[in-house]
Design a protein around this ligand. Structure first.
Ligand code: 5GP
Length: 160
């Protein structure tokens, strides 16, 4: 994970050059990825947070997305990089993209730690990803099951 996050961080910095992107992390699952990614990228950059409702004890996506915490920054004219833990069905990221576009940023790109391509229900443009994974429920490195396991220093599968 560390090696891949470092590579992707450097790739993103190379693409943005000396521009100052706003990394918008989707809480809570992306918090550890964001911490490592922003240090791998290096500055200049800004950080803000949003929170969308998660599965609340279930391992299945409902398709309904709800904003729990909104941005603090004015992002008009800025380059936005959405930092996600997992793109699964695509509903969350699609919703976030449309929501952020309303605030008239210059650009919106997506960076995800994990990409569950086979679980996709709607198409979304993933610009950067660390790993493609199969359609299994994973925890650790920020990701939870019912608010547990976020602290694990690795990504593991829940086997029931
Ligand atoms: P989507 O809207 O793309 O279906 O789901 C995205 C969100 O669902 C992610 O941000 C994450 O919070 C949650 N999610 C999807 N798959 C998993 C998984 O395997 N493990 C965990 N912990 N969360 C997941």
């Amino acid at each position: 994970v560390a090696r891949r996050v470092a590579q992707v961080g450097q790739q993103i910095r190379a693409d943005y050059g000396d521009r100052t992107p706003v990394l918008v992390a989707n809480l809570k699952g992306a918090f550890i990825f964001l911490a490592d990614l922003c240090r791998a990228m290096g500055g200049p950059l800004s950080i803000d947070f949003m929170a969308t409702a998660s599965y609340a004890g279930s391992t299945k996506s409902s398709g309904a997305v709800r904003i729990v915490k909104d941005l603090k920054m004015d992002i008009e004219g800025r380059d936005i990089l959405i930092v996600e833990d997992i793109v699964d069905t695509g509903y969350t990221i699609r919703y976030l993209m449309e929501y952020l576009e309303l605030r008239k940023p210059d650009s919106v790109k997506i960076c995800t730690l994990l990409n569950k391509k086979e679980a996709r229900k709607i198409e979304v443009p993933v610009d950067y990803e660390c790993f493609t994974i199969p359609d299994r429920f994973v925890v650790g490195y920020g990701l939870d099951f019912d608010e547990k396991y976020r602290e694990l220093p690795y990504i593991g599968e829940i086997v029931s």
